[in-house]
Design a protein around this ligand. Structure first.
Ligand SMILES: [Zn+2]
Length: 210
């Protein structure tokens, strides 16, 4: 397993998810690992589309299990991402990028089949137009994205954090009927088989500085 950031300095990571639970499902293992390696991780959830109070509480619990700071981009109102004008979404992402000054940003893939997830990808890429940082993209739901063209060209070893990832997904109790914990574990095992780890998450490398 390679370290992602320098041991002394750590690193700053900003991760975007359209809704509560997307980041846990798509990137929870890597985010927990980055925390373990000393990075400061901010999980930015764009909107809470329904059951605001309960789902916000679950999002806090999920982020806490990962060891990340949670930031809800549209905390003031319950809305869907597609209801937010793109320029306004980009402006809010701009502020967050200015504040966090990330070394690495993780966001939804443009190949994600959920419309809101694709919009978050566009807004992220746009907000990073002047920021030199690495950028990885994830697919958030293994079942929903089984037909997507993207599988990823970059694999993160999450063997040490797979249990924390599953716990963080389980924090979203109100969504458990939609979330398949075994699928998440199976997918991590399959990605590990491809990459030579016990468990892995697949990413698209949109921008990587070597
Ligand atoms: Zn979502």
């Amino acid at each position: 397993m390679n370290r992602i950031f320098d041991e002394e300095k750590g690193g700053r990571v900003l991760a975007f998810g359209a809704h509560p639970d997307d980041l846990e499902v798509g990137a929870g293992g890597l985010l927990a690992r980055l925390v373990e390696e000393g990075a400061q991780v901010t999980m930015a959830v764009v909107s809470v589309p329904n059951r605001a109070e309960e789902r916000t509480r679950e999002a806090h619990r999920g982020a806490k299990l990962i060891g990340a700071q949670l930031f809800i981009v549209y905390e003031e109102k319950q809305c869907r991402v597609e209801d937010i004008p793109m320029h306004e979404l980009v402006r809010r992402f701009d502020h967050l990028v200015d504040e966090v000054k990330p070394d690495l940003v993780i966001t939804h893939s443009a190949h994600d089949l959920h419309w809101d997830h694709g919009l978050v990808n566009r807004a992220t890429v746009s907000a990073l137009r002047r920021t030199p940082c690495d950028l990885l993209a994830y697919l958030s739901s293994p079942e929903m994205n089984a037909q997507s063209r993207s599988l990823g060209q970059c694999f993160a070893d999450v063997s040490s954090t797979i249990e924390r990832k599953i716990d963080a997904i389980s924090a979203h109790a109100s969504q458990l009927s939609n979330l398949d914990l075994e699928s998440s574990r199976d997918l991590a095992r399959a990605m590990g088989r491809i990459s030579g780890y016990a468990y892995a998450e697949a990413y698209e490398a949109l921008r990587v500085r070597i």
